[in-house]
Design a protein around this ligand. Structure first.
Ligand code: GUN
Ligand code: ZN
Length: 453
């Protein structure tokens, strides 16, 4: 974490500070027309932050006049402020093995994932990776993520300690795995539940930290483990649940063999009480319509991970089927199966995956899904994912001129959709000029100065 200080942007979260830029946030899912009231887009806006929250938001000309003379105004004109991105599925222990080649999910888990996750026996290594991982999220403009740790409770401890020190709003949890994995990564139904519960009590609701129960996926848990996980989910009904479902055809077949008698892979989780609000399932590629409707009924959320799905050759998420079933969908990187930490690159690939099934996923919709949409689906609406007054001040500054090509393309943008589309297709960490969490600047890209006044 090495933010570059600049004149005028000396914001501490307690004192008011204002930011002048284009502003964009959403009140609802964008429809087909820009005038449907879902999208707030201010071409010359002012965002006033105080006490780590958004205090005022509006048109610069209207708000500036009433702004106290002692409130500094950071001038980000020419840039676009949006809520920080929300990544709903990512593995911090896989940071060091991103971009590892393997012919599909199961061999990739065996050859790279499990040996890398073993290294988290060492708390010093875990702490060092947590620091790098959070730096990388900040560089990419992600201010909230649902994060898998490893089976080691110390991996979650290291992650939460670092996230809490930065005052980030993060959800994370120790992985639970009591079979079909190497002995060195195995817990038991009992120890997994005990360790998870101790972590919930220690971290859930401490500052901005939130706990996510993490049975890795059905093949690595016994029925006994899924049952105790379901009990914990019932007892602690505001913690998150995160797992993987229907990612890969070989995996789906394996689940059929391990859990005979269930209608589908998703039904295994349903049987153990693991489908509910605040449950988030990665991938959801090989579901059928009954599964999709069941996710809708229970309030479970799909985390679509397009870079991972293509990288591992898992399959193509079906947006049209999800929409027809009313299934809630969010966007996620799934690092290290995913090949980028950037939610902009994730949008790029989500758009292409959608195109391949004949579906048009607009950039405006993708920005919604990565901010307000994810917050609503996670029951964090009004808290994060928005620039509305009262929300926690997690926001990022995007630079439409970050690269020569972006500058050239966005100079010709004729609509908000074209601007966002260019950022999604051509942008990555370079397009993130700065990231703020709870009103504090945690990252500023070198060579992206704001002006002060
Ligand atoms: N399924 C079970 N574990 C994993 C994992 O770590 N990554 C992905 N992409 N799929 C999984
Ligand atoms: Zn994953």
């Amino acid at each position: 974490m090495s933010p570059t200080r600049q004149a005028g942007d000396t914001a501490t979260p307690e004192k008011p500070c204002a930011y002048r830029a284009q502003l964009l946030y959403f009140k609802a899912r964008p429809g087909d027309t820009p005038e449907d009231g879902s999208t707030v887009w201010l071409s010359d806006g002012l965002l006033v932050v105080e006490g780590g929250r958004i205090a005022q938001v509006g048109d610069y000309r209207q708000l500036a006049a009433s702004l106290g003379a002692d409130v500094p105004v950071v001038d980000w004109r020419g840039k676009l402020i949006v809520p920080g991105f929300i990544d709903t599925h990512i593995h911090y222990p896989q940071t060091d093995m991103i971009a590892s080649p393997a012919p599909g999910l199961l061999p990739w888990l065996e050859k790279y994932t499990f040996p890398t996750e073993r290294r988290f026996e060492n708390p010093d290594y875990a702490a060092e990776v947590a620091r790098f991982f959070l730096d990388e999220l900040q560089r990419c403009g992600t201010t909230t993520a649902l994060v898998y740790c490893t089976v080691h409770p110390g991996s979650a401890e290291a992650f939460f300690t670092e996230s809490h020190a930065r005052n980030l709003r993060m959800a994370a949890g120790k992985v639970m795995m009591d079979r079909n994995c190497p002995e060195f990564l195995r817990d038991t139904a009992e120890s997994g539940a005990r360790d998870s519960e101790a972590l919930i009590q220690r971290w859930h609701g401490k500052g901005r930290q939130m706990y996510a129960l993490a049975p890795r996926f059905a093949p690595t848990s016994t029925e006994a483990q899924l049952a105790v996980c379901g009990e914990l989910a019932q007892r602690y009904d505001d913690v998150f649940i995160q797992s993987h479902v229907a990612e890969n055809q070989a995996e789906v077949k394996w689940v059929g063999e391990l859990f005979p008698g269930h209608r589908s892979y998703l039904d295994v989780y349903d049987h153990f009480g693991l489908l509910r609000r605040r449950s988030v399932y990665g991938h959801c590629i090989w579901l059928d319509d009954m599964d999709r409707r069941r996710m809708h009924e229970t309030g479970a959320l799909a985390a679509h991970c397009p870079t991972s799905n293509q990288f591992l050759g898992s399959g193509l998420f079906d947006f049209a089927a999800a929409q027809a079933a009313g299934q809630s969908v969010s966007l996620a990187t799934d690092v290290g199966g995913g090949s980028s930490f950037s939610m902009l690159q994730t949008m790029n690939e989500a758009h292409k995956v959608a195109r391949l099934s004949g579906y048009h996923l607009s950039a405006t919709t993708m920005f919604y899904l990565a901010t307000e949409g994810a917050a609503q689906s996670l029951d964090l609406g009004g808290q994060i994912g928005t620039l509305a007054v009262g929300a926690e001040a997690d926001f990022i500054v995007l630079d439409p001129q970050a690269t020569p090509l972006l500058a050239r393309r966005t100079a010709g943008s004729e609509s908000l959709e074209e601007l966002l589309f260019a950022l999604a297709m051509l942008g990555d960490d370079r397009a993130v000029a700065a990231s703020y969490a709870a009103g504090r600047k945690l990252h500023q890209r070198e060579g992206s100065p704001a002006r002060s006044s």
